[in-house]
Ligand binder design. Sequence first.
Ligand code: ADP
Ligand code: MG
Length: 460
Amino acid sequence: MTMEEKTLKKGVKSESFLTPEQIVAHLDRYIIGQTEAKKAVAIALRNRWRRQQVKGRIKEEIYPNNIILIGPTGVGKTEIARRLARIAHAPFIKVEASRFTEVGYVGRDVESMVRDLVEISVNMVRQEKTLLVAEKAKQYAEERILDILLPPAPQSIGGSKITETTETNKTTKEKMRNLLHQGKLDNRIVELEVARQSMPFIEIFSQTGIEELSVALEEAFGGRFPKRKKKRKMPVKEALRYLQNEEAEKLIDMDEVINEARKRAALSGIIFIDEIDKIAGTGATSGPDVSREGVQRDLLPIVEGSNVMTKYGMIKTNHILFIAAGAFHNKKPSDLIPELQGRFPIRVELFSLSKEDFKRILVEPENSLIKQYIALLETEGVKLEFTRDAITKIAEIAARVNESTENIGARRLHTVMTKLLEELLYSAPSITRKIKITSRYVNQKLADIVKDVDVSRYIL
Ligand SMILES: Nc1ncnc2c1ncn2[C@@H]1O[C@H](COP(=O)(O)OP(=O)(O)O)[C@@H](O)[C@H]1O
Ligand SMILES: [Mg+2]
């Protein structure tokens, strides 16, 4: 095992050792408030790790603590789940429960969420492995480029690929290598044999979720499309990247990737089921509640634990962590069928965000909107600043618009900021080096819009 492999392995492992307190601290870096919800997901994550440490048969009996997050829109439900998955290096997928009630959902079955999760897991593991072999792949790619730039000396042609090169040839090669490292050959054009993407549309389809189609197609074509080759000219820089990918592919054992990915999806995968309240409702004998209850019944075996067939093989869903979320305005978790309620024993409430929360959300998170805009403009050498008063004002406006139109929580900050900075983002490159956003500026840009509810409904 190389040093790099070791650190990567250790990294992944130590992350899953995080205590609930450490997990909450991690989440605090991105999400303001909502402590109860953070604690609940932290415990669930830790419990799953605890389960894996359990010896003996009881291990099989321990199921994940699935959670229902209850709270209005835009208060951090999805964000908490997403960040949790990142912390745990866990495959994560978000689905809308209501999607499964749509007319014509027949075939777009509930199990597809598990198949999508595995797909994500495979990509995740493949990326990690690619990283592990990156150095080696780069070396191989470099050798191949040098061979193209500097064909072996005449006497060695016809022999095997690696032949004794003459001394002079060697030194030239090393000279070339230096030039390559210095980037001096980047723009030189070379000709490569590249694989022709025979059916690129499959990628597009599978990303939008019509995965059954790609499964069907793959089966029809016997699993793999023949890779047709064609010659292409490209600059050395691009060729290096292409060859590095190709070499990495050869260095990675896909069977191993798939095995690990299946395991990871099954043992640490997280499925986030949004808008679960939209499928709540029981006892109806006709009308939309019938299909809602139907979806709950379809969901049940997956949450209870069953085997789902994916194109990478069978996956057991017993230990996948399910985090459901919903506003539950005029429904309650007890409107779900009892069996499903039983599988979501933990319920936590998330709270509406106040003006004060907005102020913090604007500045504190590592990815806060203000930090994002500062970073964006910095790329053009423009220094963007916000006064305290300006931030207070923005928070106030967001809170006010939420009250007067529709409460969309922290999402309102996005629309307010976009409108506030629109003009500036348009003209920044040509006018200034330094811009200070004051409360006066905020007023100037937004006061009129905020005053008129109808206008703000459309603009903010
Ligand atoms: N408590 C919070 N702290 C920081 N950002 C938040 C918070 N709540 C929401 N956001 C931001 O608002 C947006 C929507 O949040 P999200 O979690 O998707 O809302 P929902 O509760 O509807 O799932 C995201 O960009 C998120 O970063
Ligand atoms: Mg959401």
